[in-house]
Design a binder for this molecule. Structure first.
Ligand code: G3P
Length: 217
């Protein structure tokens, strides 16, 4: 039985920016050892290098553009995040939406650099569309936007979304939105997900270590 995948998304929260991102990554690494969990952290592009240098757990970007390295200005390339030490990137988060064509090209750019791609959809229809149009994605994820940042997880509020999403995809699926507790994680795993994506429950916690314990113990 493989370990559940836990991806902590720092978003652009000040509580997970710069040195705070490094501190959170260290808490995640300690929890990964303590609970024998596969914990990964998605940081802002400006924090990839400092976080990847500080921890051994996988560090992801939150987005990459499909632009090829070279004569282009102001884009985030797969080559650049690889050079900074990233192991992959989230794509198409509800807070940074892309068209399917751009998702496919960004996944190709990540694959070229041998990096993971975690493509996120807002509903089961979109998830199925992405599964068909983007065969090279590493993991797929579903996050109902209306539950993101809230106090009730998708596991508790809309478990049927997880069940339908598992059936709608050919790839391993992780779920997110409101996830905070061991119950949220266990329901997701029982329904066929391979792990969870979460943010506010850990990043905004007064005690981030205790929040990780609340999810994993
Ligand atoms: O990418 C995961 C994130 O969107 C979930 O946010 O605050 O509901 O855990 P949150």
């Amino acid at each position: 039985m493989s370990k559940p995948i836990i991806i902590v998304n720092c978003k652009t929260y000040p509580q997970a920016t710069g040195k705070a991102a490094v501190e959170l990554a260290k808490h995640c690494e300690k929890a990964a050892h303590a609970y024998k969990a596969d914990i990964r952290i998605a940081v802002q592009a400006t924090d990839i290098a400092i976080v990847a240098k500080a921890v051994k757990i996988p560090v992801y970007a939150q987005h990459v553009d499909h632009t090829a390295p070279g004569q282009s200005t102001g884009w985030i390339t797969a080559h650049a995040i690889k050079t900074a030490g990233a192991r992959g990137s989230l794509l198409n988060h509800a807070e940074h939406r892309l068209g399917v064509h751009d998702i496919a090209k960004a996944v190709d750019a990540l694959r070229h650099e041998r990096l993971d791609s975690i493509v996120i959809a807002e509903d089961v229809h979109r998830l199925h569309e992405i599964d068909l149009a983007v065969p090279g994605a590493t993991l797929l994820s579903i996050e109902p936007p209306e539950l993101i940042g809230g106090n009730v997880s998708v596991s508790v509020a809309r478990p049927e979304i997880i069940t339908h999403a598992v059936v709608a995809t050919t790839k391993p699926l992780i779920i997110g939105a409101g996830v905070k507790t061991r119950q949220d994680l266990d329901i997701a795993l029982r329904l066929g997900a391979k792990g969870v994506l979460l943010a506010s429950g850990v990043v905004l916690a007064k005690d981030q270590t205790a929040a990780l314990k609340n999810l994993l113990s």
